[in-house]
Design a protein around this ligand. Structure first.
Ligand code: AP5
Ligand code: MG
Ligand code: ZN
Length: 217
């Protein structure tokens, strides 16, 4: 199964992706996670991406398309399928993805669109904290680790908040994403691939809706 998960910053893409990956065994390809990894390792690409990410702007398409193309060509994608999270983010990226997938003989099965009222996004993002060791995502009100201060997944006690999760950058990210996502959704709706999921309920309720959709594929 090959799928995309779309939604505004903080809508819950990464949260639902964790469930989809553990349930369906697909490979999680998040361009945001790849950029954060590259920034942590201080690679050339990471340094280039940081200048945009710190401002809440999009990393240029050539860079983003390049890293996705390289990743999709790996054997695990063909064997297990892929869940793309945070890509494509521009209509040009969507065109590039269509071409890459056609070249690799991969077919997109579904586009999950997590639909939320933008007014809730700041609360979700400002409460988010992440395990530095494994990347598991938590929320100070909505999703605390089972044991306080200890990651459920890997047992680490080292958490951080994303540098781009400050109010100013978040406002830019939401604004850019609202503008850029409309034509992408139109493109995939024309192909009959979009399944809309309300992202307004509890995390588990949304998981149930996502599972219902995916089990029908
Ligand atoms: P990226 O990392 O993709 O960030 P984003 O799109 O802004 O989305 P987030 O990761 O912030 O939100 P999410 O939807 O994953 O929410 P989460 O599940 O964590 O991109 C970062 C940057 O990288 C971009 O700004 C850009 O600069 C660059 N970039 C990335 N991809 C790019 C591309 N393709 N092209 C160019 N540049 C690119 O949930 C949020 C919080 O809410 C968590 O704390 C969670 O626990 C909580 N939560 C989740 N669901 C619920 C719920 N139902 N109820 C209550 N709380 C919930
Ligand atoms: Mg995310
Ligand atoms: Zn962890």
């Amino acid at each position: 199964m090959n799928l995309l998960i779309m939604g505004l910053p903080g809508a819950g893409k990464g949260t639902q992706a964790e469930m989809i990956v553990s349930e369906y065994g697909v490979m999680h390809v998040s361009t945001g996670d790849m950029f954060r990894e590259a920034m942590k390792d201080e690679t050339e690409m990471g340094k280039q991406a940081k200048a945009f990410i710190d401002k809440g702007e999009l990393v240029p398409d050539e860079v983003t398309n390049g890293i996705v193309k390289e990743r999709l060509a790996k054997a695990d994608i063909r064997e297990k399928g892929v869940l793309l999270d945070g890509y494509p983010r521009t209509i040009e990226q969507a065109a590039a993805l269509d071409e890459m997938m056609a070249d690799l003989g991969l077919k997109l099965d579904v586009v999950l669109n997590i639909d939320v009222d933008p007014s809730i996004l700041v609360e979700r993002i400002s409460g988010r904290f992440i395990c530095r060791n494994c990347g598991a995502t938590y929320h100070k009100l909505n999703k605390l680790p089972k044991v306080e201060g200890v990651c459920d997944v890997c047992g680490s006690r080292d958490f951080y908040q994303r540098a781009d999760d400050n109010p100013e950058t978040v406002a830019t990210r939401i604004d850019i994403n609202e503008k850029q996502s409309a034509p992408i959704l139109t493109h995939y709706r024309e192909l009959g691939l979009v399944k809309d999921v309300s992202g307004m309920g509890k995390i588990d309720e949304i998981k149930t809706s996502v599972k219902e959709i995916l089990s029908a594929i």
